[in-house]
Design a protein around this ligand. Structure first.
Ligand SMILES: Cc1cc2nc3c(=O)[nH]c(=O)nc-3n(C[C@H](O)[C@H](O)[C@H](O)COP(=O)(O)OP(=O)(O)OC[C@H]3O[C@@H](n4cnc5c(N)ncnc54)[C@H](O)[C@@H]3O)c2cc1C
Ligand code: FES
Length: 514
């Protein structure tokens, strides 16, 4: 989904813009040296950076200025106005950054600033000699990259049970499955990138045990890797459906690129699908299969899809949205059995299907941590630095349960951006930074042309207040989730700035709880 099309609009910023046309706190979209560029004024300071987010190409001009950064409107990446650096995932690459000259009441965008990387520090300078990362997903990849960005020059080995390099997992249930995003959009990085960065990625490498005394990770094939610092980023595994016939070949799960490829191949030859589970994955899969014109039935025990997380208003809307696209729901029931021709529900009804997709939740992949004797609490227990109960071993992503600064509770979430940001913080802490993980959780979902962004974390809420409108005619709203009167999370539909402001508000709350 990376959009690399760069259409130019607005003024040529190299030709000069009258300062009177650039208000304090404004972002002026134009172009410089053949690239879309933003001219930004903060007080007396002027900055010029690339105008498109390096994640999926969102227009940063629609984002939010916060101090000397700009936040992306779509998935909340954060870029430095001073250097263009991607300070926060999900963007991993910087945007361009230019020198701005002020002369005779005008601002001129001049030459591109050279990127100043962190000097490569010798392994001996209080840094680990060898880092092993178990997991080649969002957190593992972000950690490996951040180690290099921070100038770490020691050995980095990424052990991944996957058959392919880290991939853009959210794409697997959306554009790639729908057939609207090409296969090339799946890998986060090319094998060449890892080679050039000196990140040794071992694929099909499943870790079996950790010897915490001798500091070794051992693979199922017996190969051993010594570590000085270890990051566990093993993610989550789909919960398996245990009904007769659930092992049949037309029953699919979706976690890995291989799963998605198998699903795409099967979808090409299918006409009728049953999706078991009205989770985010289940509903995104349903939407993508509808784009392929496959008849879709969704089966789930819920009475309103997504109600527990998003509340009745959004749940009812999502149900209607899918129905408008031709999906049939069978709610308040589950699958009793599966056969070659379809799925039998608990009420005896038989739904014909040549493809069955199960999306009934995931479990954190913590067996390695359990074996190693790490503290476990429905995930791996980590402290505010993402360090586990054994010093030198860190955990990030779907497996990590961390002390949430906002609620004071220990939480574990299954969000792409959180996993990447945790990987980045863990990387810095493996280098001795002692940085607290205090990012506000963020996730998004996309189904058809509907997108929802969610900041904060409300596992339990007692009030979901909708401001705006969410129906067939208008999609423009904010939903605030509260418990005991306290705002815990904010969901928005087509209100990107509100979502960004809610994130900043949560950050300020966290800052005052120091
Ligand atoms: C189809 C799909 C769509 C999604 N869409 C969204 C979305 O729109 N928005 C959102 O916020 N989140 C989304 N998510 C959730 C998001 O992808 C996860 O939260 C995120 O990937 C978690 O990152 P992670 O690094 O913890 O785990 P993962 O990305 O799952 O990576 C785990 C890695 O660990 C490896 N591994 C596991 N065990 C071992 C072992 N013993 N030895 C070696 N390697 C091992 C795996 O092979 C894998 O490489 C989606 C998830 C899926 C599956
Ligand atoms: S497009 Fe900017 S964060 Fe996704």
């Amino acid at each position: 989904m990376n959009d690399t099309t760069k259409t130019l609009s607005g003024p040529d910023l190299t030709q000069g813009v009258a300062l009177s046309n650039v208000a304090d706190g404004a972002m002026l979209l134009g172009h410089a040296h053949g690239e879309p560029a933003l001219l930004v004024r903060r007080g007396d300071a002027l900055f010029a950076i690339g105008a498109m987010c390096t994640h999926y190409g969102a227009p940063l001009a629609d984002g939010l200025l916060v101090d000397d950064t700009v936040r992306c409107p779509w998935h909340h990446a954060c870029f430095s106005l001073r250097t263009g650096e991607a300070l926060r995932a999900p963007a991993l690459d910087p945007v361009s950054c230019w020198h701005v000259e002020q002369r005779d009441g005008s601002a001129y965008v001049r030459e591109k600033l050279e990127r100043v990387g962190q000097p490569s520090a010798p392994a001996a300078a209080g840094r680990p000699g060898a880092v092993v990362i178990v997991g080649g997903g969002a957190a593992g990849n972000a950690a490996a990259e951040m180690l290099r960005r921070e100038g770490y020059s020691g050995r980095i080995t990424m052990l991944s049970a996957d058959a392919s390099v880290p991939c853009d997992r959210p794409n697997l249930s959306k554009g790639y499955l729908a057939g609207t995003a090409p296969a090339e959009s799946n890998p986060l990085r090319s094998p060449d990138f890892y080679r050039a960065s000196g990140i040794d990625v071992k694929l099909g490498a499943r870790a079996a045990t950790i010897d915490t005394a001798s500091r070794h990770v051992q693979l199922v094939d017996g190969t051993r890797y010594a570590y000085d610092a270890l990051l566990l980023a093993t993610g989550a595994e789909p919960v398996r459906l245990e009904v007769p016939g659930s092992g049949l070949p037309h029953v699919h799960y979706l976690r890995t690129l291989a799963d998605s490829r198998a699903l795409v191949a099967k979808a090409l030859a299918s006409q009728r699908a049953v999706v078991i589970g009205a989770s985010f994955i289940g509903l995104e899969v349903a939407a993508s299969l509808r784009v392929r014109n496959i008849a879709v039935h969704v089966v789930a025990p819920d009475t309103v899809p997504m109600q527990r997380i998003l509340g009745p208003d959004v749940g009812t809307f999502i149900r209607k949205l899918h129905e408008q696209h031709g999906v049939t729901f069978h709610l308040g029931t589950t699958a009793a059995s599966i056969d070659e021709r379809g799925v039998t529900l608990q009420n005896g009804e038989h739904l014909q299907a040549d493809l069955v997709v199960v999306g009934i939740g995931v479990r954190p992949a913590i067996s390695l941590a359990e074996q190693a004797g790490l503290a476990i609490d429905r995930g791996i227990t980590v402290d505010e630095h993402l360090e586990t109960s054994i010093p030198g071993i860190f955990a990030a992503g779907d497996i990590a349960r961390w002390p949430d600064r906002l609620t004071g509770e220990r939480i574990r979430v299954e969000h792409w951006v959180v996993a990447e940001r945790q990987g980045q913080t863990a990387a810095r802490n493996m280098l001795g930074r002692r940085e607290q993980f205090d990012a506000v959780p963020f996730f998004w979902t996309e189904q058809y042309d509907f997108a929802l962004a969610y900041v904060g974390h409300a596992e339990r809420w007692d009030q979901a207040e909708l401001d705006g409108q969410l129906d067939a005619n208008t999609r423009d709203c904010t939903i605030i989730y509260r418990r005991g009167g306290k705002t815990l999370a904010v969901a928005t539909v087509y209100r990107d700035l509100k979502s960004l402001r809610a994130e900043v508000e949560f950050e300020r709350t966290i800052a005052t709880t120091e």
